[in-house]
Design a protein around this ligand. Structure first.
Ligand code: FNR
Length: 195
């Protein structure tokens, strides 16, 4: 019997009107079309303290980190839309990855159990002309460094204020197809690699 494939989808922004939240929601439809199960989470619901090894050794991992780690472990693929801050990853997403990379009691130090063998696809959008493309290289390098296979296909949508309509859909049909095609590819590669 084949294992059911589950994709965890999130944006690297907790901003209420985040364009990247809109983008990842557009992409989710592409993944769902393949029949996989998709869980969307908002980091507003997983507020994690700024990582500090003292916090970890004094009190163990915070509950929100344990919840986030459990979600990562329970999904085989990650669909991520990340804003670019000063040419790089947002501190919100880096903080979440850093916390999740830490072992739980009883786990070996670098087991990276949330990440090893998982598959990810990356998207970005921003008001700028490059759409956050430069940041994606950094997100890719970080994830690949902790054992995640990041599919080569990625998309950065420029001019975010013009790109989305009132309902959060992409105005450009070609962009929509491309974004959903990447999510579909993620679902297919995840299914293949996680059997
Ligand atoms: C930005 N923004 C930005 N945009 C960009 O294309 N390249 C960049 O390097 C940066 N740098 C940057 C730094 C900081 C600290 C902030 C707060 C913002 C603008 C950013 O793309 C814009 O605020 C997006 O709307 C953020 O994404 P969400 O929150 O809408 O998903």
């Amino acid at each position: 019997m084949t294992k059911p494939v589950k994709i965890l989808a999130f944006a690297g922004s907790s901003r209420i009107d985040s364009f990247n939240k809109k983008l990842v929601k557009v992409a989710i439809e592409g993944a769902k079309a393949t029949g996989v199960e998709v869980t969307y989470i908002d980091f507003l619901d997983y507020s994690m303290p700024l990582f500090n090894e003292d916090l970890e050794s004094e009190e163990g991992l915070p509950d929100t980190v344990l919840e986030f780690k459990a979600l990562l472990k329970n999904h085989q693929g990650f669909l991520i839309a990340c804003p670019e801050y000063n040419g790089s990853i947002t501190p919100l997403l880096k903080n979440a990855i850093d916390w999740a990379s830490r072992p739980e009691p009883g786990e070996p130090p670098m087991s990276l159990s949330c990440f090893k063998g998982k598959v990810a696809a990356l998207l970005a959008t921003s008001p700028s002309g490059l759409g956050g493309l430069r940041g994606l290289g950094h997100v890719r390098a970080i994830l690949e460094g902790i054992g995640v296979t990041v599919i080569p296909e990625q998309k950065a949508i420029p001019s975010a204020y013009q790109a989305f309509d009132e309902q959060g859909h992409l105005n450009d049909e070609k962009q929509m197809q491309e974004v959903q095609g990447i999510a579909k590819k993620l679902a297919e590669v995840t299914a293949k690699l996680s059997q």
